[in-house]
Write a protein that binds this ligand. Sequence first.
Ligand code: NDP
Length: 312
Amino acid sequence: MSADPIHTLADLDTWSFPGTALAVLGHPIKHSVSPPMHNAALAEMARRDARFASWKYFRFDIAPDDLPVALEKLHARNFHGINLTVPHKIIAFDRIAAIDPAALPIGAVNTLRRTPAGWHGYNTDGYGLATAIREDLGLDLAGAHILLLGAGGAARGAAVECLQRGCASLTLVNRTRANLDALLAQLTPLANGIPLNALSHSDVATSVSEWSVPADTLVINATSAGLKASDPLPVDLAAFASRARPAGVYDMIYNPPETPLLAQARALGIPAANGLSMLVHQGARALEIWSDSPVPVDAMRTAVHSAMKAHA
Ligand code: NDP
């Protein structure tokens, strides 16, 4: 893990960095692997373009109430780019100068680029997810039947990406029906004829015999079930895998590297991957947005793997 200090809001009052500063804001931020990932990429980029030798990526622990003032101060201090992680992605959405049109239906931003008028917001999580699924599982969201688990912020971003890329169908599953219904209502105007269904978490097990899951379904876990070893499975793959084998299972969780869902997929012989590649690709896209340059994805992947090992 990076030995870089964790900065705070107070540090911005006396901030002086002569180069081009980037930063991730979160609360907590201690376990973020974004600083080593981006600094490894910048070191590699500096080898072919001296401009990047003066770029550095910092981390800040910013409480949710402090986010608006932090964004103002970071702009005044000439920071060039910002990543936002939990809990800031949604809070920032209404507090920045401009939003990339593709991020509007998501209602959350994870990447900000400085403009003279203020911050311009983007969301690179969907790109990261789609690229990771293609890379790890050889599957495209376009044309896929998708079973998406979760109805929180990550699920919303994933669902919008699936619909924007033209999936064949999208079925949402969530533990809490009210949250599922709220997400369904937000997505319905974006469906453009794509079949969009919703199932309560408890309904999956009970209605699976009548529920026709296409044999080539891609299962994406966007719940936080699996962060702890004692968490329940967000869906029981064994309940339908024997008659409708999923094409693959992508779990957005990357720590732990193998959740109970991924262990079950592997035991059933279903191709499966964790969320580390999504983390890398959303980061790579953010760095492209800031630098207007090609980005060394392999250096980022290597740095993330090292940081995760050091952290284990
Ligand atoms: P939210 O808190 O917004 O949503 C959490 C979701 O998980 C809700 O749908 C919630 O259901 C569900 N959930 C929580 N506990 C359980 C449980 N025990 N059983 C079933 N469902 C459960 O979180 P986010 O959407 O921001 O993040 C979700 C996950 O995605 C996290 O693990 C996060 O680490 C990961 N992620 C990974 C990224 C990557 O780059 N790889 C990027 C972004 C997120 P309910 O509505 O019932 O509460």
